[in-house]
Write a protein that binds this ligand. Structure first.
Ligand code: HEM
Length: 429
Protein backbone atom coordinates (compact mmCIF):
# COMPACT_ATOMS: atom_id res chain seq x y z
CA UNK A 1 0.00 0.00 0.00
CA UNK A 2 2.78 2.41 0.99
CA UNK A 3 4.29 1.88 -2.46
CA UNK A 4 1.27 3.44 -4.19
CA UNK A 5 0.49 6.32 -1.89
CA UNK A 6 1.88 9.18 -3.97
CA UNK A 7 4.22 10.13 -1.14
CA UNK A 8 7.52 11.36 -2.60
CA UNK A 9 9.47 9.36 -0.03
CA UNK A 10 7.78 5.97 -0.26
CA UNK A 11 6.02 5.81 -3.65
CA UNK A 12 8.48 4.78 -6.38
CA UNK A 13 6.43 6.45 -9.12
CA UNK A 14 6.61 9.72 -7.19
CA UNK A 15 10.35 9.19 -6.60
CA UNK A 16 10.82 8.71 -10.34
CA UNK A 17 8.96 11.94 -11.06
CA UNK A 18 11.01 13.80 -8.47
CA UNK A 19 14.40 12.43 -9.59
CA UNK A 20 16.76 15.32 -10.35
CA UNK A 21 20.16 14.59 -11.86
CA UNK A 22 21.52 18.11 -11.32
CA UNK A 23 20.83 18.92 -7.72
CA UNK A 24 20.25 17.42 -4.30
CA UNK A 25 21.12 13.86 -3.28
CA UNK A 26 22.22 12.62 -6.73
CA UNK A 27 24.96 15.26 -6.84
CA UNK A 28 26.25 14.38 -3.38
CA UNK A 29 25.97 10.59 -3.48
CA UNK A 30 24.41 9.08 -6.61
CA UNK A 31 24.51 5.51 -5.28
CA UNK A 32 22.63 6.41 -2.11
CA UNK A 33 20.25 8.67 -4.03
CA UNK A 34 19.16 5.67 -6.14
CA UNK A 35 18.91 3.06 -3.40
CA UNK A 36 15.10 3.25 -3.62
CA UNK A 37 15.32 2.58 -7.36
CA UNK A 38 17.60 -0.45 -6.99
CA UNK A 39 15.14 -1.86 -4.48
CA UNK A 40 11.80 -0.92 -6.05
CA UNK A 41 11.99 0.41 -9.60
CA UNK A 42 15.33 -0.47 -11.20
CA UNK A 43 14.44 0.97 -14.63
CA UNK A 44 12.38 4.16 -14.56
CA UNK A 45 11.61 7.12 -16.78
CA UNK A 46 12.72 10.48 -15.43
CA UNK A 47 10.45 13.18 -16.88
CA UNK A 48 12.75 15.95 -15.61
CA UNK A 49 15.70 14.50 -17.52
CA UNK A 50 13.94 12.85 -20.46
CA UNK A 51 15.98 9.69 -19.90
CA UNK A 52 15.30 6.18 -18.64
CA UNK A 53 17.41 5.66 -15.54
CA UNK A 54 18.98 2.20 -14.98
CA UNK A 55 20.28 1.51 -11.49
CA UNK A 56 21.00 -2.21 -10.99
CA UNK A 57 24.37 -3.85 -11.69
CA UNK A 58 23.09 -6.65 -13.95
CA UNK A 59 20.91 -4.32 -16.04
CA UNK A 60 23.72 -1.81 -16.53
CA UNK A 61 26.07 -4.59 -17.58
CA UNK A 62 23.48 -6.00 -19.99
CA UNK A 63 23.14 -2.56 -21.60
CA UNK A 64 26.92 -2.13 -21.91
CA UNK A 65 27.21 -5.65 -23.33
CA UNK A 66 24.86 -5.06 -26.28
CA UNK A 67 26.28 -2.14 -28.24
CA UNK A 68 23.98 -2.78 -31.20
CA UNK A 69 20.63 -2.63 -29.41
CA UNK A 70 21.95 -0.03 -26.97
CA UNK A 71 23.94 2.31 -29.18
CA UNK A 72 26.57 4.64 -27.68
CA UNK A 73 25.73 7.31 -30.27
CA UNK A 74 24.34 9.71 -27.63
CA UNK A 75 27.32 9.47 -25.25
CA UNK A 76 28.63 12.98 -26.06
CA UNK A 77 25.27 14.58 -26.85
CA UNK A 78 24.34 17.63 -24.79
CA UNK A 79 22.14 16.42 -21.90
CA UNK A 80 20.64 19.92 -21.84
CA UNK A 81 19.97 20.96 -25.44
CA UNK A 82 21.67 24.13 -26.65
CA UNK A 83 19.57 27.28 -26.90
CA UNK A 84 19.33 28.74 -30.44
CA UNK A 85 21.66 31.57 -29.31
CA UNK A 86 24.25 29.09 -28.02
CA UNK A 87 23.99 27.13 -31.29
CA UNK A 88 24.78 30.33 -33.19
CA UNK A 89 27.84 30.92 -31.02
CA UNK A 90 29.08 27.36 -31.59
CA UNK A 91 28.46 27.71 -35.32
CA UNK A 92 30.56 30.87 -35.42
CA UNK A 93 33.57 28.77 -34.35
CA UNK A 94 32.87 26.09 -36.95
CA UNK A 95 32.14 23.68 -34.08
CA UNK A 96 31.46 20.21 -35.50
CA UNK A 97 32.00 17.75 -32.66
CA UNK A 98 30.95 14.37 -34.02
CA UNK A 99 31.91 10.72 -33.56
CA UNK A 100 35.08 9.96 -31.58
CA UNK A 101 35.67 6.45 -30.28
CA UNK A 102 33.37 6.34 -27.33
CA UNK A 103 30.22 7.33 -29.27
CA UNK A 104 30.91 5.45 -32.53
CA UNK A 105 28.69 2.56 -33.63
CA UNK A 106 29.86 -0.80 -34.97
CA UNK A 107 31.44 -1.85 -37.20
CA UNK A 108 33.35 1.48 -37.57
CA UNK A 109 34.16 1.57 -33.87
CA UNK A 110 35.96 -1.76 -33.62
CA UNK A 111 38.01 -1.16 -36.72
CA UNK A 112 39.15 2.17 -35.32
CA UNK A 113 39.75 0.82 -31.82
CA UNK A 114 41.94 -1.98 -33.18
CA UNK A 115 43.91 0.43 -35.36
CA UNK A 116 44.65 2.64 -32.35
CA UNK A 117 45.07 0.11 -29.53
CA UNK A 118 48.81 -0.36 -29.49
CA UNK A 119 49.79 2.52 -27.19
CA UNK A 120 47.37 1.30 -24.52
CA UNK A 121 48.59 -2.24 -23.99
CA UNK A 122 50.20 -2.68 -20.55
CA UNK A 123 53.71 -3.37 -21.90
CA UNK A 124 53.63 -0.03 -23.72
CA UNK A 125 52.46 1.85 -20.64
CA UNK A 126 55.35 0.75 -18.42
CA UNK A 127 57.61 3.61 -19.36
CA UNK A 128 55.08 6.24 -18.24
CA UNK A 129 55.46 5.13 -14.61
CA UNK A 130 58.70 6.98 -14.14
CA UNK A 131 57.16 10.25 -15.23
CA UNK A 132 54.13 9.84 -12.97
CA UNK A 133 56.41 9.16 -10.00
CA UNK A 134 58.73 12.05 -10.79
CA UNK A 135 55.87 14.54 -11.16
CA UNK A 136 54.24 13.27 -7.96
CA UNK A 137 57.48 13.64 -6.00
CA UNK A 138 58.15 17.13 -7.35
CA UNK A 139 54.70 18.32 -6.39
CA UNK A 140 54.97 16.74 -2.93
CA UNK A 141 58.41 18.30 -2.37
CA UNK A 142 56.81 21.70 -2.93
CA UNK A 143 54.21 21.37 -0.16
CA UNK A 144 55.46 18.69 2.21
CA UNK A 145 56.58 21.24 4.84
CA UNK A 146 53.37 23.29 4.69
CA UNK A 147 51.13 21.13 6.86
CA UNK A 148 47.98 22.04 4.93
CA UNK A 149 47.12 22.00 1.25
CA UNK A 150 44.28 21.67 -1.24
CA UNK A 151 45.31 18.48 -3.00
CA UNK A 152 43.38 19.44 -6.14
CA UNK A 153 45.27 22.71 -6.62
CA UNK A 154 48.55 21.32 -5.35
CA UNK A 155 48.75 18.32 -7.67
CA UNK A 156 45.70 16.20 -8.44
CA UNK A 157 44.59 18.48 -11.23
CA UNK A 158 47.94 19.08 -12.84
CA UNK A 159 49.73 15.75 -12.63
CA UNK A 160 47.02 13.77 -14.51
CA UNK A 161 46.84 16.61 -17.04
CA UNK A 162 50.60 16.50 -17.65
CA UNK A 163 50.54 12.72 -17.89
CA UNK A 164 47.62 12.86 -20.32
CA UNK A 165 49.28 15.44 -22.54
CA UNK A 166 52.51 13.47 -22.50
CA UNK A 167 50.71 10.22 -23.39
CA UNK A 168 48.89 11.97 -26.20
CA UNK A 169 51.97 13.84 -27.43
CA UNK A 170 50.11 17.15 -27.10
CA UNK A 171 52.30 20.21 -26.37
CA UNK A 172 52.07 21.18 -22.70
CA UNK A 173 52.10 24.93 -23.20
CA UNK A 174 48.58 25.97 -22.31
CA UNK A 175 47.63 24.19 -19.16
CA UNK A 176 45.65 27.09 -17.65
CA UNK A 177 43.42 27.54 -20.66
CA UNK A 178 42.81 23.78 -20.86
CA UNK A 179 41.27 23.92 -17.40
CA UNK A 180 38.64 26.42 -18.53
CA UNK A 181 38.05 24.38 -21.66
CA UNK A 182 37.62 21.09 -19.81
CA UNK A 183 35.08 22.52 -17.40
CA UNK A 184 33.19 24.10 -20.33
CA UNK A 185 33.16 20.78 -22.20
CA UNK A 186 31.81 18.96 -19.13
CA UNK A 187 29.10 21.56 -18.48
CA UNK A 188 28.25 21.70 -22.18
CA UNK A 189 27.90 17.92 -22.46
CA UNK A 190 26.69 16.69 -19.06
CA UNK A 191 25.53 19.81 -17.21
CA UNK A 192 22.48 22.02 -16.97
CA UNK A 193 23.65 25.52 -17.82
CA UNK A 194 21.13 28.36 -17.58
CA UNK A 195 20.35 30.20 -20.82
CA UNK A 196 22.96 32.86 -19.96
CA UNK A 197 25.59 30.31 -19.00
CA UNK A 198 24.94 28.50 -22.29
CA UNK A 199 26.37 31.49 -24.17
CA UNK A 200 29.55 31.70 -22.08
CA UNK A 201 30.02 27.94 -22.21
CA UNK A 202 29.46 27.91 -25.99
CA UNK A 203 32.25 30.47 -26.42
CA UNK A 204 34.65 28.36 -24.36
CA UNK A 205 33.66 25.18 -26.17
CA UNK A 206 34.06 26.97 -29.51
CA UNK A 207 37.52 28.14 -28.50
CA UNK A 208 38.38 24.62 -27.35
CA UNK A 209 37.33 23.33 -30.78
CA UNK A 210 39.52 25.92 -32.53
CA UNK A 211 42.38 25.14 -30.19
CA UNK A 212 42.08 21.40 -30.94
CA UNK A 213 42.29 22.21 -34.67
CA UNK A 214 45.43 24.27 -34.13
CA UNK A 215 47.10 21.53 -32.11
CA UNK A 216 46.44 19.07 -34.91
CA UNK A 217 48.11 21.40 -37.41
CA UNK A 218 51.07 21.86 -35.07
CA UNK A 219 51.39 18.10 -34.61
CA UNK A 220 51.12 17.42 -38.34
CA UNK A 221 54.24 19.56 -38.75
CA UNK A 222 56.13 17.00 -36.62
CA UNK A 223 55.60 13.71 -38.47
CA UNK A 224 58.04 11.85 -36.20
CA UNK A 225 56.34 12.99 -32.99
CA UNK A 226 55.61 10.48 -30.24
CA UNK A 227 52.35 9.89 -28.35
CA UNK A 228 48.92 8.52 -29.13
CA UNK A 229 47.55 11.53 -31.01
CA UNK A 230 50.64 11.56 -33.25
CA UNK A 231 49.95 7.91 -33.96
CA UNK A 232 46.32 8.83 -34.67
CA UNK A 233 47.40 11.53 -37.13
CA UNK A 234 49.68 9.05 -38.92
CA UNK A 235 46.86 6.48 -39.10
CA UNK A 236 44.59 9.20 -40.47
CA UNK A 237 47.00 9.56 -43.39
CA UNK A 238 47.36 5.77 -43.80
CA UNK A 239 43.70 4.75 -43.47
CA UNK A 240 41.52 7.87 -43.81
CA UNK A 241 38.29 5.85 -44.04
CA UNK A 242 38.87 4.23 -40.64
CA UNK A 243 40.58 7.09 -38.80
CA UNK A 244 38.67 9.94 -40.44
CA UNK A 245 39.42 13.70 -40.39
CA UNK A 246 36.26 14.39 -38.41
CA UNK A 247 37.29 11.75 -35.87
CA UNK A 248 40.75 13.28 -35.41
CA UNK A 249 39.41 16.76 -34.67
CA UNK A 250 36.58 15.56 -32.40
CA UNK A 251 38.89 13.19 -30.57
CA UNK A 252 41.55 15.82 -30.01
CA UNK A 253 39.01 17.77 -28.00
CA UNK A 254 37.30 14.87 -26.25
CA UNK A 255 40.40 12.90 -25.26
CA UNK A 256 41.93 15.71 -23.22
CA UNK A 257 38.89 15.53 -20.96
CA UNK A 258 38.59 11.72 -21.17
CA UNK A 259 42.21 11.16 -20.22
CA UNK A 260 42.58 13.86 -17.67
CA UNK A 261 39.39 14.95 -15.90
CA UNK A 262 38.42 11.31 -15.26
CA UNK A 263 41.71 10.51 -13.58
CA UNK A 264 41.95 13.74 -11.59
CA UNK A 265 38.48 13.31 -10.15
CA UNK A 266 38.99 9.61 -9.44
CA UNK A 267 42.18 10.47 -7.53
CA UNK A 268 40.47 13.19 -5.49
CA UNK A 269 37.63 10.79 -4.65
CA UNK A 270 40.20 8.17 -3.69
CA UNK A 271 41.99 10.38 -1.13
CA UNK A 272 38.68 11.62 0.25
CA UNK A 273 37.36 8.09 0.65
CA UNK A 274 40.51 6.61 2.17
CA UNK A 275 41.05 9.47 4.61
CA UNK A 276 37.41 9.20 5.67
CA UNK A 277 38.00 5.51 6.41
CA UNK A 278 41.02 5.82 8.67
CA UNK A 279 41.45 2.13 9.30
CA UNK A 280 41.79 1.45 5.57
CA UNK A 281 44.28 4.31 5.20
CA UNK A 282 46.35 3.03 8.13
CA UNK A 283 46.27 -0.49 6.67
CA UNK A 284 47.67 0.59 3.29
CA UNK A 285 50.33 2.70 5.02
CA UNK A 286 51.39 -0.40 6.97
CA UNK A 287 51.18 -2.73 3.96
CA UNK A 288 51.54 -1.10 0.52
CA UNK A 289 50.81 -4.42 -1.20
CA UNK A 290 47.15 -3.63 -0.40
CA UNK A 291 47.24 -0.55 -2.65
CA UNK A 292 46.14 -2.07 -6.00
CA UNK A 293 42.95 -3.53 -4.53
CA UNK A 294 42.35 -0.35 -2.54
CA UNK A 295 42.47 1.56 -5.85
CA UNK A 296 39.82 -0.78 -7.33
CA UNK A 297 37.65 -0.42 -4.26
CA UNK A 298 37.91 3.37 -4.50
CA UNK A 299 36.91 3.17 -8.17
CA UNK A 300 33.95 1.00 -7.19
CA UNK A 301 32.83 2.96 -4.16
CA UNK A 302 33.52 6.50 -5.39
CA UNK A 303 34.32 6.41 -9.09
CA UNK A 304 34.70 9.57 -11.15
CA UNK A 305 32.27 8.55 -13.90
CA UNK A 306 29.01 7.95 -12.10
CA UNK A 307 26.71 7.56 -15.10
CA UNK A 308 27.00 7.00 -18.85
CA UNK A 309 24.54 6.95 -21.72
CA UNK A 310 23.09 4.71 -24.41
CA UNK A 311 20.17 4.90 -26.87
CA UNK A 312 17.99 2.01 -28.04
CA UNK A 313 18.00 1.23 -31.78
CA UNK A 314 14.80 -0.90 -31.61
CA UNK A 315 11.93 -1.40 -29.16
CA UNK A 316 13.04 -3.72 -26.35
CA UNK A 317 12.48 -4.68 -22.73
CA UNK A 318 14.90 -4.16 -19.89
CA UNK A 319 14.18 -5.90 -16.59
CA UNK A 320 10.50 -6.15 -17.60
CA UNK A 321 10.18 -2.49 -18.64
CA UNK A 322 9.21 -1.75 -22.24
CA UNK A 323 11.49 0.74 -23.95
CA UNK A 324 10.61 2.30 -27.32
CA UNK A 325 13.10 2.68 -30.17
CA UNK A 326 15.25 5.77 -29.59
CA UNK A 327 14.85 5.63 -25.78
CA UNK A 328 17.68 7.52 -24.08
CA UNK A 329 19.20 5.70 -21.13
CA UNK A 330 21.18 7.06 -18.18
CA UNK A 331 22.98 4.01 -16.83
CA UNK A 332 24.21 4.85 -13.37
CA UNK A 333 27.41 2.91 -12.72
CA UNK A 334 27.77 4.44 -9.25
CA UNK A 335 24.48 2.78 -8.33
CA UNK A 336 25.37 -0.54 -9.96
CA UNK A 337 28.69 -0.44 -8.13
CA UNK A 338 26.90 -0.52 -4.79
CA UNK A 339 24.19 -2.98 -5.79
CA UNK A 340 24.14 -5.61 -3.05
CA UNK A 341 22.86 -8.16 -5.57
CA UNK A 342 26.41 -8.19 -6.88
CA UNK A 343 28.55 -6.68 -4.08
CA UNK A 344 27.94 -7.98 -0.57
CA UNK A 345 27.30 -5.00 1.73
CA UNK A 346 27.77 -2.86 -1.37
CA UNK A 347 27.43 0.39 0.52
CA UNK A 348 30.39 -0.47 2.77
CA UNK A 349 33.92 0.57 1.80
CA UNK A 350 36.21 -2.46 2.12
CA UNK A 351 39.70 -2.53 0.63
CA UNK A 352 39.82 -6.31 1.15
CA UNK A 353 36.75 -6.93 -1.05
CA UNK A 354 37.60 -9.76 -3.44
CA UNK A 355 35.37 -8.66 -6.33
CA UNK A 356 36.05 -4.91 -6.19
CA UNK A 357 37.50 -5.12 -9.69
CA UNK A 358 34.05 -6.02 -11.07
CA UNK A 359 33.04 -2.34 -10.80
CA UNK A 360 31.60 -0.61 -13.86
CA UNK A 361 33.41 2.71 -13.52
CA UNK A 362 35.40 2.06 -16.71
CA UNK A 363 32.29 0.83 -18.53
CA UNK A 364 32.11 -2.69 -19.87
CA UNK A 365 32.23 -4.55 -23.18
CA UNK A 366 33.50 -3.36 -26.52
CA UNK A 367 33.80 0.31 -25.51
CA UNK A 368 35.38 -0.34 -22.13
CA UNK A 369 37.85 2.43 -21.27
CA UNK A 370 41.03 2.10 -23.30
CA UNK A 371 42.97 4.17 -20.76
CA UNK A 372 41.93 2.25 -17.65
CA UNK A 373 45.44 1.05 -16.91
CA UNK A 374 46.83 4.57 -17.14
CA UNK A 375 44.26 5.80 -14.63
CA UNK A 376 44.98 2.88 -12.33
CA UNK A 377 48.74 3.40 -12.59
CA UNK A 378 48.50 7.06 -11.61
CA UNK A 379 46.22 6.33 -8.67
CA UNK A 380 48.51 3.54 -7.45
CA UNK A 381 51.64 5.70 -7.66
CA UNK A 382 49.93 8.59 -5.83
CA UNK A 383 49.10 6.24 -2.98
CA UNK A 384 52.55 4.66 -2.92
CA UNK A 385 54.15 8.09 -2.52
CA UNK A 386 51.64 9.50 -0.04
CA UNK A 387 51.45 6.50 2.27
CA UNK A 388 55.24 6.51 2.57
CA UNK A 389 55.83 10.25 2.94
CA UNK A 390 52.60 11.49 4.54
CA UNK A 391 51.02 8.59 6.47
CA UNK A 392 49.80 11.10 9.08
CA UNK A 393 47.72 12.97 6.50
CA UNK A 394 44.14 13.74 7.55
CA UNK A 395 41.12 15.42 6.01
CA UNK A 396 40.59 19.03 7.07
CA UNK A 397 37.15 20.30 8.13
CA UNK A 398 35.43 21.48 4.96
CA UNK A 399 32.22 21.53 2.96
CA UNK A 400 32.59 19.79 -0.41
CA UNK A 401 31.29 21.32 -3.64
CA UNK A 402 30.73 19.60 -6.99
CA UNK A 403 30.24 20.76 -10.57
CA UNK A 404 26.55 19.97 -11.19
CA UNK A 405 26.29 17.40 -13.99
CA UNK A 406 25.03 13.88 -14.65
CA UNK A 407 28.31 12.02 -15.07
CA UNK A 408 31.64 13.44 -13.87
CA UNK A 409 31.97 13.41 -10.11
CA UNK A 410 34.61 14.59 -7.65
CA UNK A 411 34.91 17.50 -5.20
CA UNK A 412 36.26 20.82 -6.51
CA UNK A 413 38.72 21.03 -3.60
CA UNK A 414 40.17 18.63 -1.07
CA UNK A 415 41.86 20.24 1.91
CA UNK A 416 44.17 17.99 3.88
CA UNK A 417 46.38 18.63 6.92
CA UNK A 418 49.33 17.05 8.68
CA UNK A 419 52.05 17.95 11.15
CA UNK A 420 55.24 18.55 9.12
CA UNK A 421 57.35 17.92 12.23
CA UNK A 422 56.19 14.31 12.05
CA UNK A 423 57.06 13.73 8.39
CA UNK A 424 58.81 10.33 8.43
CA UNK A 425 61.50 11.15 5.92
CA UNK A 426 62.40 14.31 7.84
CA UNK A 427 62.86 12.31 11.03
CA UNK A 428 65.16 9.88 9.27
CA UNK A 429 67.43 12.62 7.93
C1 HEM B 1 36.09 5.19 -22.52
C2 HEM B 1 36.05 6.04 -17.73
C3 HEM B 1 40.77 7.23 -17.90
C4 HEM B 1 40.62 6.95 -22.73
C5 HEM B 1 35.68 5.33 -21.21
C6 HEM B 1 34.33 5.03 -20.74
C7 HEM B 1 34.33 5.29 -19.40
C8 HEM B 1 35.65 5.72 -19.02
C9 HEM B 1 33.14 5.12 -18.47
C10 HEM B 1 33.16 4.52 -21.59
C11 HEM B 1 33.13 3.00 -21.51
C12 HEM B 1 31.99 2.29 -22.19
O1 HEM B 1 31.24 2.91 -22.95
O2 HEM B 1 31.84 1.06 -21.95
C13 HEM B 1 37.34 6.40 -17.35
C14 HEM B 1 37.78 6.60 -15.98
C15 HEM B 1 39.12 6.92 -16.03
C16 HEM B 1 39.50 6.94 -17.43
C17 HEM B 1 36.90 6.45 -14.75
C18 HEM B 1 40.10 7.22 -14.91
C19 HEM B 1 40.00 6.82 -13.67
C20 HEM B 1 41.14 7.29 -19.22
C21 HEM B 1 42.44 7.66 -19.70
C22 HEM B 1 42.40 7.59 -21.08
C23 HEM B 1 41.06 7.17 -21.44
C24 HEM B 1 43.62 8.02 -18.81
C25 HEM B 1 43.44 7.86 -22.11
C26 HEM B 1 44.66 8.23 -21.92
C27 HEM B 1 39.40 6.40 -23.08
C28 HEM B 1 39.01 6.08 -24.45
C29 HEM B 1 37.71 5.57 -24.39
C30 HEM B 1 37.32 5.60 -22.99
C31 HEM B 1 39.86 6.28 -25.71
C32 HEM B 1 36.84 5.09 -25.57
C33 HEM B 1 36.90 3.57 -25.72
C34 HEM B 1 35.95 3.01 -26.77
O3 HEM B 1 34.89 3.59 -26.99
O4 HEM B 1 36.28 1.99 -27.38
N1 HEM B 1 36.46 5.74 -20.14
N2 HEM B 1 38.39 6.62 -18.19
N3 HEM B 1 40.33 7.00 -20.30
N4 HEM B 1 38.37 6.09 -22.23
FE1 HEM B 1 38.41 6.28 -20.22
Amino acid sequence: KAAQDGCPVTDPAAMARAFDAFEGPYQLDPAEALRWSRDQLPVFYSPKLGYWVVSRYDDIKAVFRDGILFSPRNVLEKVTPATPEAMEVLKSYGYAMNRTMVNEDEPAHMERRRALMDHFIPANLEHHQEMVRRLTREKMDAFIDQGRVDLVEAMLYEVPLNVALHFLGVPEDEIAVLRTFSVAHSVNTWGKPTDDQQIAVAHDVGRFWEYAGKIIEKMKAEPEGTGWMHETIRKNAEMPDVVTDSYVHSMMMAIIVAAHETTSLASVNMFKTLLSNREAWDDICADPSLIPNAVEECLRYAGSIVAWRRQTTAPTTLNGVDLPEGAKLLIVQASGNQDERHFEDGDKFDIYRDNAVDHLTFGYGSHQCMGKNIGRMEMRIFLEEFTRRLPHLRLAEQAFTYLPNTSFRGPDHLWVEWDPALNPEREHL
